[in-house]
Write a protein that binds this ligand. Structure first.
Ligand SMILES: Nc1ncnc2c1ncn2[C@@H]1O[C@H](COP(=O)(O)OP(=O)(O)OP(=O)(O)O)[C@@H](O)[C@H]1O
Ligand SMILES: [Mg+2]
Length: 219
């Protein structure tokens, strides 16, 4: 048996705001094996984004531990977590967070460049990804010259820049029409089975969740 790609062990997350505290995750655990795909569902405010941020090391839990590919990321400092995330995890934010001063192609190439690939190699990989998400012709546009759905597709392509074996996506299809959701899921599920990628997606979209191995509902 190979060890799991992801182990979330007894995490709790409490937000303190305006004199009150809100427990979003209470002693929550989860384990995911290589190649599995998990859909995270649940009402707005149930803690999906919070959980994904903790899994990627963007936020720290109040207690508990997250182990990604054998590395206990909760014990890393924030710089170490950023380096680990860029290299090992492809992350798509709920609100895509593209860099407005960079072009579409450069945004997609950025994670590869940050991890030390040559500019030529990173841009050529970015061009392949860009055509896979149907954005040929938009290479030079800045994010503010793209539609909402196009920006989301840039963010999806960017998450694959470093060929991650672990992909984490927060509502990646929120701005896509149903036809683009289908082609996005076709592309994603192909890549996953070809490259044995492990996937977690938070989603409200049944066209997404119905294609995944496992579903987990947050209360
Ligand atoms: N930084 C913060 N400070 C205080 N409360 C927060 C903070 N971030 C999130 N919350 C609260 O935690 C709860 C969970 O938020 P989260 O963003 O994880 O929900 P979600 O399941 O992703 O919802 P959605 O489906 O709308 O994206 C919400 O009630 C939210 O108001
Ligand atoms: Mg969310």
């Amino acid at each position: 048996m190979s060890s799991p790609i992801l182990e979330v062990q007894n995490i709790s997350k409490i937000f303190e705001a305006n004199d009150s505290s809100l427990t979003v995750l209470d002693n929550f655990s989860l384990s995911l094996d290589k190649g599995e795909s998990l859909g995270l569902i649940g009402a707005s405010g149930s803690g999906k984004s919070t959980l994904l941020h903790i899994i990627c090391g963007l936020e720290q839990p109040n207690s508990g531990k997250v182990i990604v590919k054998g590395e206990s990321i909760t014990e890393l400092n924030s710089d170490e977590r950023s380096v680990f995330r860029n290299k090992e995890i492809g992350f798509v934010y709920q609100f895509h967070h593209l860099l407005s001063e960079l072009s579409t192609l450069e945004n997609i190439a950025l994670p590869a460049m940050l991890s030390g690939k040559s500019k030529d190699e990173a841009l050529s990989k970015a061009q392949t990804l860009l055509s896979q998400v149907n954005l040929v012709g938009k290479e030079k546009n800045n994010p503010n010259q793209l539609s909402g759905g196009e920006r989301q597709r840039v963010a999806i392509a960017r998450s694959m820049s470093n060929d991650p074996s672990f992909l984490v996506m927060d509502e990646p299809t929120g701005n896509l029409d149903s036809q683009n959701v289908q082609s996005f899921m076709d592309l994603l599920m192909n890549m996953i089975s070809e490259k044995d990628i492990t996937l977690i997606i938070a989603t409200h979209d049944q066209n997404v969740s119905s294609r995944l191995n496992k579903l987990l509902s947050l209360e």
